[in-house]
Design a protein around this ligand. Structure first.
Ligand code: ZN
Length: 42
């Protein structure tokens, strides 16, 4: 299982299916106001 973690506040943003344990870094809603498109993926 993969995990997406906020690179700024280290909050867990989302999980995704993966064969192995993977951690990706992104921005959560609190830290990433560059975009305003609402993502709803689980
Ligand atoms: Zn954050």
């Amino acid at each position: 299982m993969g995990t997406i973690v906020c690179q700024t506040c280290e909050a867990t943003i989302a999980y995704f299916e993966d064969e192995k344990v993977t951690t990706l870094y992104g921005k959560c809603d609190c830290c990433g106001h560059d975009r305003e498109d609402g993502e709803e993926k689980e």
